[in-house]
Design a protein around this ligand. Structure first.
Ligand code: NAI
Length: 501
C-alpha cells in the first residue's frame, strides 16, 4: 500500500492540540496539507489555531513569511468538534497525553472512524510504539513519528517502526517528514528511540563527575561549553528542562534497559527533585535564578613558577609552547618547580604514580580539549597549593580561561565525550539506527557541535577506546566498558561511521 504524501489535497488529522499537536499542525499547514485538529478538551483545538495564527504573524514581522502565506496556512487549519470529524484524513497523528491507557483508548475510538488505509502515527516520546500499536485492530498501520519541541524549529523527526508495523509506513512517513521540511531519522522501537537514547551520556556523566566532588556544576558547565563547544552546559540544560521531567526520564530509560550501568542515574537529582529545586521553573536548580551567575572564570592567585617540566603525552610540545610563551623556563623533573602531566583517560594520581613523579609538584592537564579556549588542570590529592596556584597562573597568562579541578580520570571533557561517543557506538551496534542517522539526529535534536560518531573520528577512535579502557580499569565501573562497535573500529583503524556489512 503506497500513500502519495506529495498530493496537494493531502489531509492529516492532529489529535491532541497541546504544545506538540499545535507545532505539528503548524508545519503541516505551512507545507500545504489540510489539517483537521481535534482535542478532547472543548475549545482547545480552536485555541491552538489562534496560537498558530499568532506564531505565524510573528514570522511575518520578522520577514520570514508574507501575509498571503499566512492566510493560506490558516485556511488549511480546521478545528473539529468530534473525533468522527477526522474521517477523511490519510494520516492521523496523535499527540495526546503520554499514557498508554489513553493512547489505547484513542486508537480503539479512531480506527472505526478513519479509512482502512489511514496511517496512524504516534508522537509518543517514551512509550513503546509496539505496545501502543498492539491495542489496534490493525497494528500494521501504526508507527512512531516523534517530533521535538518546538516543532517548527526542531527540524528532525524520528520515524519508528514497531515490531508489528508494516514495511510501507516508514518510507511514507519519511517522505511526509521531508514535505514538512524535517529530516527524518529511522529508529528501532527501543527505549528513548534515538535522540533521547544518544543524549543519555551528557547529563549522567556530568552528574557522576559532580558526585565525585571533581568540580562544582558551574565549573563543569564552563569546561564543556568552553573546551568542547556545547551550546549549554549539562546543568544549565537540566535546569532548563526541569528535574520533574529529566529525572523520571533518566530513571525510566535506565530501568527499561534493565539497569544498564551506562545510564545509571544519580541520587543527586532524586534528592534535588524532592527538595523542589527543579530549575528555572522554580527559580532555583543547579543555579539560583534570583541572582544569575555565570561561573566566574578562575583567576590566578599565585605567581608564575620559575620552571616547568612537561611529561610526555598527547600535545606535550604544544603545552611546552604555552609555558615558554609565558616566559617560564623548561626544566627537568628533578629541578623544575612545577610538573605538568598530559592525561589521557587516567587521573592525575595514576599518571604521576606510573611515571614515578613527585605528586606534591605535579598537576595534570587535559591535552585533548580546550588548550586554545578553556584549559582543564587537575590536582592530585597531594599537589601543594602553591603549585596549583602556579599552574593556574601559567595557563591563564595568555588570557585563556582555565579551571583547576580535583582529580578525575579523563578530567571532565574526555569523560563526557568518550561516554557520548560510546553510547552512540552502542546504538549503531544494536542497529537502532544507521551511523548517518545517529549523527544527523544528535546534531539536529540535541544541537551538539558534531554528531557523536563524526566527533569520535575527529578525536580518534583509538584515543576514545584508550580513555574508556583506563576509566574502566581505574574506577572498576562497567558503565565505562567500551562498545564492541567502537572497539572493533578502533582496532581495525576504521571510521566509527563504517557500517557492519
Ligand atoms: P500537552 O499536555 O501540551 O497536550 C496534550 C493535549 O492532548 C491536551 O490539549 C489534551 O487536552 C489533549 N488530550 C488528552 N487526551 C486526549 C484524547 N483522548 N483525545 C484528544 N485529545 C486529548 O502535551 P504535549 O507536550 O503536547 O505532549 C503530547 C504528546 O507528545 C505526548 O505523547 C508526549 O510524550 C509527546 N511529546 C512531547 C514533547 C514535549 O516536549 N512536550 C516532545 C515530544 C513528544
Amino acid at each position: 500500500m503506497a500513500l502519495d504524501v506529495q498530493r496537494p489535497d493531502l489531509t492529516i488529522a492532529v489529535i491532541g492540540c497541546g504544545v506538540m499537536g499545535q507545532g505539528i499542525a503548524q508545519v503541516a499547514a505551512q507545507a500545504g496539507c489540510r489539517v483537521l485538529m481535534f482535542d478532547a478538551k472543548g475549545g482547545a483545538a480552536g485555541a491552538a489555531k489562534d496560537a498558530i495564527a499568532g506564531a505565524l504573524s510573528r514570522l511575518v514581522e520578522r520577514g520570514k513569511l508574507n501575509q498571503a502565506q499566512v492566510t493560506a496556512a490558516l485556511d488549511l487549519l480546521q478545528p473539529v468538534g468530534q473525533l468522527a470529524d477526522v474521517a477523511t484524513a490519510q494520516i492521523a497523528i496523535e499527540a495526546i497525553v503520554e499514557s498508554l491507557a489513553a493512547k489505547h483508548a484513542l486508537l480503539r475510538a479512531l480506527e472505526p472512524v478513519v479509512a482502512a488505509d489511514c496511517l496512524i502515527a504516534t508522537n509518543t516520546s517514551s512509550l513503546s510504539v509496539t505496545a501502543i500499536g498492539a491495542a489496534a485492530r490493525h497494528p500494521a498501520r501504526v508507527a512512531g513519528f516523534h517530533f521535538f519541541n518546538p516543532v517548527p524549529l526542531m527540524k528532525v523527526v524520528e520515524v519508528i517502526d514497531g515490531a508489528l508495523t508494516a514495511e510501507w509506513l516508514e518510507p511514507a512517513l519519511s517522505a511526509f517528514a521531508r514535505r514538512l521540511g524535517h529530516r527524518p531519522v529511522k529508529a528501532k522501537d527501543t527505549p528513548g528511540f534515538l535522540v533521547n537514547h544518544a543524549g543519555r551520556g551528557y547529563g549522567t556523566e556530568a552528574l557522576r563527575i559532580l558526585s565525585e566532588g571533581v568540580a562544582d556544576a558551574a565549573t563543569i558547565d564552563a569546561i564543556l561549553k568552553g573546551a568542547c563547544g556545547f551550546r549549554m552546559g549539562p546543568f544549565e540544560l537540566l535546569d532548563l528542562t526541569g528535574l520533574d521531567v529529566s529525572h523520571p526520564v533518566m530513571e525510566s530509560i535506565y530501568h527499561q534497559f534493565y539497569e544498564e550501568p551506562r545510564f545509571r542515574p544519580s541520587p543527586i537529582t532524586a534528592q534535588r527533585l524532592a527538595g523542589g529545586l527543579l530549575g528555572r521553573k522554580t527559580g532555583r536548580g543547579f543555579y539560583d535564578y534570583a541572582s544569575k551567575q555565570e561561573a566566574a572564570p578562575m583567576t590566578a592567585r599565585g605567581s608564575l613558577p620559575d620552571s616547568v617540566w612537561i611529561a610526555d603525552g598527547p600535545n606535550a610540545a604544544l603545552i611546552a609552547g604555552i609555558a615558554t610563551k609565558a616566559g617560564v623556563r623548561l626544566g627537568s623533573p628533578q629541578s623544575a618547580s612545577l610538573i605538568v602531566v598530559p592525561m589521557l583517560g587516567e587521573d592525575a594520581t595514576s599518571a604521576v604514580h606510573r611515571l614515578g613523579l613527585d605528586p606534591a609538584k605535579s598537576v595534570g592537564i587535559d591535552p585533548l580539549f580546550g588548550l586554545d579556549r578553556h584549559r582543564t588542570l587537575v590536582a592530585t590529592p597531594a599537589t601543594e597549593r602553591s603549585r596549583r596556584d602556579g599552574a593556574l597562573a601559567l595557563f591563564t597568562a595568555d588570557g585563556t580561561a582555565a579551571s583547576m579541578i580535583a582529580d578525575s580520570p579523563g578530567a571532565v571533557a574526555q569523560r563526557v565525550l568518550a561516554t557520548i561517543v560510546n553510547i552512540a557506538c552502542d546504538i549503531a551496534q544494536q542497529r537502532i539506527a544507521t551511523p548517518e542517522d545517529i549523527d544527523a539526529a544528535v546534531t539536529l535534536g540535541l544541537s551538539y557541535p558534531q554528531g557523536p560518531l563524526a566527533w569520535g573520528d575527529a578525536i580518534g577512535a583509538q584515543k576514545i577506546l584508550a580513555i574508556l579502557e583506563r576509566l574502566l580499569s581505574i574506577t572498576g565501573d562497567p558503565r565505562y566498558r567500551p562498545s564492541l562497535w567502537l572497539r572493533r573500529r578502533a582496532l581495525l583503524g576504521l571510521s566509527l561511521t563504517h557500517p557492519e556489512d
